[in-house]
Design a protein around this ligand. Structure first.
Ligand code: NAD
Length: 251
């Protein structure tokens, strides 16, 4: 028996990294999965991998900043699989840190649009479908940047992830009456293309890992385990909280 038997899940940013691993694991755990991204070729590959392994998943083009795309993705889940039980707001971007005088308003807006507005829009379109299904679970991927370690963070990224953290708590409080739970996951440095591109200088990466008591990057499976717990009925009394998975970096 899988932990997500009978559930229908929607995952954003599922073409690679943590999102792709979540899509694969959710299918292995019995869910029917719709996942979206802006990287359509990579998304199609993930879909083919899942189907080749005998699972059921559908890739859709989903730019998380687009209301029309979110509406379409939720509709796809409901029309294809009959309902929506789980939303993982995973898509995110980071930008290189520069002195604040050099940061443009457009760059700030872009980070906020993908990382914060994207979470709001996904929640906005998922909640009516979850209400219809009698309840659900929303898991928002924030970051330890949304909680602390502020000396070393890129300001727009940290602010966007802090917004996700508090939006999660408000959503949890206001939609408990709908039997919808909402929690955030706060990864530390995880070995994905995002981290590798943000820390392409090995010295910078070493410094970063020097601040992690466990002394290494995390791997996507270590995040997926936490996301799976929060998405599943194992976390039926868990809402409005934050799960930090960071090798001790915030300790
Ligand atoms: P990643 O870059 O491999 O994956 C991010 C995915 O989001 C990509 O597939 C990308 O195409 C997608 N995406 C970007 N903009 C999008 C948009 N507008 N619409 C839809 N999809 C979009 O990185 P990852 O590590 O797998 O990141 C997953 C989440 O984890 C992100 O929210 C990220 O901020 C967060 N996170 C990552 C780390 C880390 O060290 N890797 C640490 C803390 C938090």
């Amino acid at each position: 028996m899988g932990k997500l038997d009978g559930k229908v899940a929607l995952i954003s940013g599922g073409a690679r990294g943590q999102g792709a691993a979540e899509a694969k694991t959710f299918v292995q755990e019995g869910a029917q999965v719709v996942f979206g991204d802006i990287l359509d070729d990579a998304g199609a590959h993930v879909e083919a991998d899942i189907r080749a392994a005998g699972g059921e998943a559908v890739y859709v083009h989903l730019d998380v900043t687009s209301e029309a795309d979110w509406r379409g993705a939720v509709q796809e889940a409901v029309s294809r699989f009959g309902k929506l039980n789980i939303l993982v707001n995973n898509a995110g971007i980071i930008i290189p840190r520069v002195p604040i005088e050099e940061r443009t308003g457009d760059e700030w807006d872009r980070v906020m649009a993908v990382n914060a507005k994207g979470v709001f829009l996904g929640t906005k379109y998922a909640i009516p479908a979850m209400r219809q299904a009698g309840g659900g679970s929303i898991v928002n991927i924030s970051s330890i940047a949304g909680i602390g370690q502020s000396l070393h963070q890129e300001p727009a990224y940290a602010a966007s992830k802090g917004a996700v953290r508090i939006f999660t708590k408000v959503t949890a409080s206001q939609h408990a009456k709908d039997k919808i739970r909402c929690n955030s996951v706060h990864p530390g440095p995880i070995d994905t293309e995002m981290l590798r591109s943000a820390m392409s200088d090995p010295q910078v990466l070493d410094q970063r890992l020097g601040r992690v008591p466990l002394g290494r990057m995390g791997v996507v499976e270590e995040i997926v385990a936490g996301v799976l717990f929060l998405a599943s009925d194992d976390a039926s009394y868990v809402t409005g909280t934050e799960l930090v998975i960071d090798g001790g970096a915030l300790a």
